[in-house]
Design a protein around this ligand. Structure first.
Ligand code: NDP
Ligand code: MG
Length: 388
């Protein structure tokens, strides 16, 4: 029996993780669930999956939830302590890290210290603290299994191969809802326009990141950490059908691709049961005859220059990916609120990166301080009117 904790159970990845659990009830038991504030959905999940422990990050919402479920024998915790309690809950062997943003760093680190295997969706954690997390995983001998579809694809395409045989990684990208558009076309696009992703239904932050292509930059950094490969060996390939989830090219020119319909339950299930494969129901299967063609393009890094900035941050390393990521997190939040324009997102990231004094190997505390300083810088820049 697998026993899991899900951090971010009410989000897109969290809900799909529970769909996978529902199909394998006799093989997986949910021990802990954590969310920020969506207690209505959390209550439904608690009643269905009967965890021992839940965390509601927001203290007032945690109190409301306690009231709602006082008929149940469930412990309710709150804040960072509550997240850590879920991440380290003694009987769970695997933690699904599915929260959005850098808030995931501390609970993930604590889970690894407690010897838990990690099914990682929360890429922001690895992007900003990869230099701490990867050695810790090795020291604790835990499995860090990717949930991100591209990384699951690379992991599958690498299976059993010697790393020194890799020529490069081909990381695919759908191109997002604005593929083919130029800066001129993007001046007045709204959050509503940007939230219409062509192939994937995801949470709002990553959907905006897909529209700006910042998501792909985060994924390049994520891949570099996960597969111990230099950024120069990762090529981004726009593939609008999202059927090939990524590929590995070997020294002899052989290329291994992982394909499938765009369905996040597949990489989630693979991470939970690795190395076993299970049927995925309902079992819609890829039909190459219906599909007819797969196409590829180069990414437009002039229009979507958030991608270029992210690659630069990754190549610079140290604290720069934290600045890139934190600036993006805050800018996206303000864009979703209608406070800034779409093209202001890369502009703000650029200003934050230019303003930063690099630290070569930041500690966790330094990462969290830089996150806060970057948030403050973004707020001040928006207020100052420098964007107009
Ligand atoms: P969502 O916005 O749909 O969900 C985020 C989840 O995190 C929610 O459960 C939310 O709780 C919870 N959360 C946010 N802040 C906190 C907090 N402080 N404490 C506890 N819980 C918190 O995001 P997604 O599921 O789309 O994405 C999650 C992560 O997975 C991101 O890092 C994303 O980049 C990555 N990812 C997502 C993919 C997808 O298909 N969605 C694909 C690949 C990667 P609440 O609901 O209460 O706000
Ligand atoms: Mg992805």
């Amino acid at each position: 029996m697998k026993e899991i904790a899900i951090l971010g159970s009410t989000g897109s990845i969290g809900v799909q993780t529970l769909e996978v659990v529902r199909q394998h009830r006799d093989e997986i038991k949910v021990r802990a669930l954590a969310a920020h504030s969506n207690i209505d959905l959390l209550e439904v999940q608690i009643r269905e999956f009967c965890p021992d422990l839940v965390c509601v990050f927001d203290e007032n919402k945690a109190k409301d939830l306690k009231e709602k479920i006082k008929d149940l024998p469930v412990r309710v915790e709150t804040g960072m302590d509550g997240l850590i309690a879920c991440a380290t809950f003694n009987s769970a062997d695997t933690v699904v890290a599915a929260m959005v943003g850098m808030i995931g760093i501390i609970p993930t680190v604590e889970a690894i210290k407690a010897g838990k295997n990690i099914a990682l969706a929360n890429k922001e954690t690895l992007v900003t603290a990869g230099h701490i997390i990867i050695p810790l995983c090795k020291e604790k001998k835990i499995n860090l299994l990717p949930v991100d579809s591209e990384h699951s694809a690379i992991f599958q395409a690498l299976n059993g191969e010697d790393r020194k045989n890799i020529h490069k990684i081909l990381l695919t990208a759908s191109g997002g809802p604005f593929r083919g558009m130029k800066k001129e076309d993007l001046k007045d696009v709204t959050a509503k326009d940007a939230l219409k992703h062509p192939n994937w239904k995801m949470g709002p932050k990553i959907t905006i990141d897909s529209a700006t292509l910042v998501n792909k930059a985060l994924e390049v950094m994520e891949a570099a950490w996960l597969f111990d490969i230099s950024i120069e060996k990762i090529q981004i390939l726009v593939h609008p059908q999202s059927i090939i989830h990524s590929m590995v090219e070997y020294l002899d020119g052989s290329i291994i691709a992982q394909m499938g319909l765009p369905d996040m339950r597949l990489p989630i299930q693979y991470a939970l049961f690795y190395p076993e494969r299970k049927e995925l129901k309902p079992g819609e299967r890829l039909d190459f005859i219906k599909l007819k063609q797969l196409t590829f393009e180069e990414p437009d890094t002039e229009t979507f220059y958030g991608l270029k900035l992210g690659i630069k941050a990754g190549e610079t390393g140290g604290s720069m990916p934290t600045v890139f990521n934190a600036a993006n997190e805050r800018a996206v939040a303000r864009f979703l609120e209608g406070k800034i324009r779409f093209l202001d997102i890369p502009k703000l990231i650029n200003l934050a990166m230019e303003n930063h004094t690099l630290i070569s190997s930041p500690t966790l505390n330094e990462i969290l301080n830089i996150e806060q300083q970057t948030y403050d810088f973004i707020e001040e820049t928006i207020k100052s009117g420098k964007l107009d």
